[in-house]
Write a protein that binds this ligand. Structure first.
Ligand code: UD1
Length: 372
């Protein structure tokens, strides 16, 4: 039996881990052990995703919680070292680019355990993003590199990773999307508005009309009062053209409260802030929308698969295939209004689906691990 520890820590990891756990269920030669670091811990950021994506209860939960980067990373490393010493796995598989990804790779690799990085090779070339540091650290010491697109392979080759260690096998996030889309579209879209005693009766008020979906949580956008105020004002302006629905990330919400921005938000009647959504409702919301306006990574990929126009408000992306092939556009803050006007005029960007984003990636990964 090969013992494989899979690590999940934060929300965007869960839709990547789910299809792998399903493909490894009752596997004759690979024993999967699921470790949740507890980087995300709220029901709405974690528990709900395990339920909806049918991820088994983690075998081990490190319960590290929120803290500064150094403290969070240190707590994960301390907890995960004990896990590795107890479990003695043959391989550790990490996904994505969150603190849990880098921390667990460091621990395993120092204990001489082979590490597999899924979503290797993505580069924004922007070291002000904590995720970019996590990607660089993880890929510098991993043993096996699974990539989602050809540009990632090229980045790794440029960093002198031998070609035989790189496996372009497609996109696990799309596996989850393909598996859950029908069920997602059957969910109800009625939401309680954050900080108000009212509901949006979505089906009645919106579905026949058009709306955009907002998601913003990057520290660079939401952690400073000035940039967050500017963003809220621009979202408000856009919402006068088309209603905007924003399932607010806890980081963003905490800052809205801290900077006293709720009164400004209240001046825009079509700017709807709601609690973070579970996976199914979120996918339903995006798949029925006119566009997404975001600074997230995963949403660039989901909208590409769904062929929904995506406006990514960032100077760079580690997922350029969503721009070259998909429906994603990188835009500046002051281009938001104009870009939304183009979408309203029916001039939205259309795209195609990248290679291997087909719902069968988990199967390909398990076949690859069998051969290691
Ligand atoms: C993390 C990832 C980011 C990913 C994002 C998705 C890193 C460096 N960043 O950022 O790549 O896109 O997750 O959500 O790993 N909080 C809660 N409940 C939770 C989790 C967090 O309230 O369950 C709040 C806490 O106040 C915390 C803040 O959100 O301080 C930020 O959480 P953290 O895990 O540090 O980073 P994210 O911004 O979520």
């Amino acid at each position: 039996m090969t013992k494989l520890i899979l690590v999940a820590g934060a929300r965007p990891n869960f839709m990547k881990i789910a299809p792998l756990m399903h493909a490894l269920k009752n596997h004759p030669t690979i024993q999967a052990v699921l470790v949740h670091t507890g980087q995300h811990y709220d029901v709405k950021m974690s528990g709900q995703f395990f339920d909806e994506l049918n991820i088994p209860t983690p075998d081990i939960n490190l319960e590290v919680g929120s803290a500064s980067h150094a403290v969070q990373t240190a707590r994960i490393m301390e907890g995960f070292e004990k896990v590795c010493l107890d479990e003695k796995p043959d391989y550790v598989l990490v996904v994505g680019d969150v603190n849990s990804t880098a921390a667990c790779t460091l621990v395993a690799s120092k204990l001489g355990i082979k590490t597999i990085h899924y979503e290797a090779g993505l580069r924004s070339n922007d070291r002000t993003m904590p995720e970019e540091i996590n990607r660089l650290v993880t890929d510098a010491i991993s043993d096996v590199f699974i990539t989602t697109s050809a540009d990632a392979d090229e980045n790794l080759l440029r960093e002198n990773i031998p070609a035989e260690k790189i496996h372009m096998l497609g996109n696990l996030m799309i596996d989850s999307l393909v598996e859950q889309l029908t069920k997602a579209r059957q969910t109800e879209l009625n939401f309680r508005l954050l900080n108000r005693d009212s509901y949006i009766e979505f089906e009645k008020d919106f579905l026949a009309h058009k709306y955009g979906v907002l998601t913003f949580h990057r520290p660079g956008n939401v952690d400073e009062k000035e940039s967050l105020t500017k963003l809220v004002t621009l979202w408000g302006k856009i919402s006068t053209k088309m209603p905007l629905v924003f399932p607010v990330h806890p980081r963003t919400y905490k800052n809205i409260v801290h900077f006293g921005l709720q009164p400004l938000i209240d001046t825009f009647p079509n700017l709807f802030f709601i609690e973070p959504l579970g996976y199914l409702q979120f996918i339903h919301l995006v798949s029925s929308s006119a566009f997404a306006l975001t600074d997230s990574g995963g949403i660039q990929e989901e909208t590409t698969y769904l062929n929904i126009p995506c406006l990514t408000v960032r100077p760079n992306t580690e997922r350029p295939v969503t721009v070259w092939e998909g429906s994603n556009k990188l835009i500046k803050l002051d281009e938001m209004l104009h870009e939304v006007d183009l979408i309203i005029e029916g001039k939205a960007k259309k795209g195609s689906t990248p290679r291997y984003w087909d719902g069968k990636t988990a199967m390909r990964i398990v076949e690859m691990i069998e051969k290691l």
